[in-house]
Design a protein around this ligand. Structure first.
Ligand code: HEM
Ligand code: SF4
Ligand code: SF4
Length: 431
């Protein structure tokens, strides 16, 4: 049993409504842990004062330069003592997930047991960084918790100016759209950079992400310095039985309005069977006794839309591999950047082929380490020195299939927010 709860009228509001509430979860943990009682106390204070009271610091485990995100309370009384002393330290351990993020129930139970013993009991699967986040630990217990997690075969993730924890989609393990073995590529690449992951010594962070197909469930193009995204070179495959089944259920309106109309290059067409073209680059499949669909694969940009709508009836081709993009990042400094295609296609079927990806990653990181300014991401470095110079250094020949991405990025910065709001209000009033 933990100590008595504080009154938390503001937090209680967050338990109302239809959605699951994190407050309910925290309260459940607070039945057993003084740490969580005090966390709720501090959080309630934050809701009253509208201020956050956490600051960073330095906490780590032996042999590692990163992986623990320290949080110390700044809510002190007049004697400089923490107001909520049991939550004065609330550190997070970042732990790398297995590629594809699968766990067996035994592993999850063991995680829970360890974290109930040494930490708060609160675990997030997974943070935006891709890590399993064991949230809420005292400085004293960080090493103990890590030792037990490490004993299970798990390792800390990245933090600071370092190679960061990677993410790969569920892909080949469970998803029919997968175009390469994401888990294998993820593991081979990451294992090469463990030193750069645990001992931050790069100009800034560097993230890899692996998505099995252009659906890009990992948002690799927006969120990683190097994105490996599955694709194919040959024709989209089709299955007549499933195409007819799809059509019988969904009908012509949906085929036209939801698939034909939405093919970005208008290469997906519906035609009378007798008018369908034949040819090396044509995919065609009957959807009824009178009509069929036709795709000229030379004009298909592999956007996945038709395949997503008509999964099974249509599928990625057989000559599969991946595109490699570099330079994606979110908002800070020069604004969001999406990755730029630098290797339009590479096969990743054999270990030797995966090794080529690892080699390219190694050269990119070496170049980044030598040429980026402090606090500059790969995409920013490329903007500064020019894509042509980067490609030259990577010994990549320029190819028309190397496309820069459309730019649909967050550009709003929230520093200086109050000043900006005041300016807008003044402008409105003047108008
Ligand atoms: C106003 C308050 C806060 C702001 C503005 C803030 C901001 C951020 C931002 C921008 C990130 C990076 C997110 C990402 O890249 O996905 C982050 C991550 C993180 N923050 Fe905060 N934070 C706040 C409060 C807190 C508090 C109260 C804690 C813990 C007590 C905390 C712990 C963390 C941790 C552990 C991460 C890493 C998450 C991950 O690995 O996915 N933050 N925070
Ligand atoms: S990115 Fe593609 S392969 Fe990976 S889970 Fe998503 S749809 Fe499946
Ligand atoms: S995958 Fe190709 S054919 Fe299908 S909608 Fe996208 S561009 Fe069109």
């Amino acid at each position: 049993m933990a100590k008595k709860m504080y009154d938390t009228p503001n937090l209680d509001e967050l338990e109302k409504g239809e959605w699951p509430s994190f407050v309910t979860g925290l309260k459940r943990l607070a039945k057993e842990k003084d740490l969580m009682v005090d966390l709720l106390g501090q959080l309630e204070t934050s809701y009253k004062t509208r201020k956050g009271y956490w600051k960073g610091g330095t906490v780590g485990v032996f042999g590692y330069g990163g992986g623990v995100i320290p949080r110390f309370t700044e809510l002190k009384d007049e004697n400089g003592q923490p107001v909520y002393k049991d939550a004065a330290e609330f550190h997070t351990l970042r732990v790398m997930p297995p590629p594809g993020m699968h766990y067996d129930t035994g592993t999850l139970r063991q995680f829970c047991d360890i974290w109930e013993k040494h930490g708060s009991g609160l675990i997030a699967f997974h943070g935006q960084s891709g890590d399993i986040m064991f949230q809420g630990c005292s400085t004293e217990n960080v090493q103990k918790a890590f030792d037990e997690i490490n004993e299970m075969g798990f390792d800390l993730g990245g933090a600071g100016p370092a190679v960061r924890t990677s993410m790969s989609c569920v892909g080949a393990a469970r998803c029919e759209q997968s175009c390469y073995d994401e888990a294998q590529a993820h593991r081979a690449v990451l294992n090469t950079f463990l030193d750069d992951l645990h001992r931050p010594s790069l100009p800034y962070k560097f993230k890899f992400k692996f998505s099995g197909c252009p659906n890009d469930c990992m948002n690799a193009i927006q969120r990683s310095d190097m994105a490996v995204i599955g694709t194919w070179r040959d024709n989209i495959r089709s299955d007549e039985a499933l195409a007819k089944k799809w059509f019988a259920k969904h009908g012509m309106d949906e085929l036209v309005n939801d698939v034909v109309a939405r093919c970005p290059t208008k290469t997906f067409q519906v035609k009378e069977l007798k008018k369908i073209k034949k040819g090396e680059h044509i995919t065609s499949v009957a959807v009824s006794d009178t009509h069929g669909v036709e795709i000229d694969n030379q004009d298909c940009v592999r956007c996945m839309h038709c395949i997503n709508v008509m999964t099974g009836a249509l599928a990625p081709g057989k000559d599969k591999g991946a595109s490699v993009l570099v330079g994606g990042k979110s908002h800070l400094k020069i604004g969001g950047l999406m990755g730029t295609v630098v290797i339009p296609f590479m096969k990743l079927d054999t270990e030797e082929q995966v090794e080529k990806l690892v080699d390219f990653a190694q050269r990119t990181i070496d170049f980044f380490a030598e040429n980026a300014l402090e606090h500059e991401r790969t995409g920013e470095m490329i903007e500064r020195i020019g894509l042509a110079n980067f490609l030259d250094a990577m010994e990549l020949d320029v190819d028309p299939a190397m496309i820069n991405s459309p730019r649909m990025n967050p550009y709003v910065r929230t520093d200086g927010w109050d000043d900006e709001v005041a300016k807008i209000k003044a402008k409105k009033q003047a108008a």
